[in-house]
Design a protein around this ligand. Sequence first.
Ligand SMILES: [Zn+2]
Length: 78
Amino acid sequence: MNPPDTAPPGTPRTVPCPACGGPSRYAPDNPFRPFCSARCRQHDLGAWASESFRVDARDDDGADQPVANSPPAPRFQQ
Ligand SMILES: [Zn+2]
């Protein structure tokens, strides 16, 4: 019995888009990850702005999934 979400080797991991819930490819070539598209990412940024967060962080440095309520993560070497 295989888990239904097991992907073959070499296949980028797919995660649910936080904005629309659709499939989003969590791979370095997806600049909008974990979102599926620029539209979804902008939608989320709009929500952030309304919470008075003014962070100009960019998620394009190969970091893994963001972690909330966690001490500063060490820098992982890839
Ligand atoms: Zn989406």
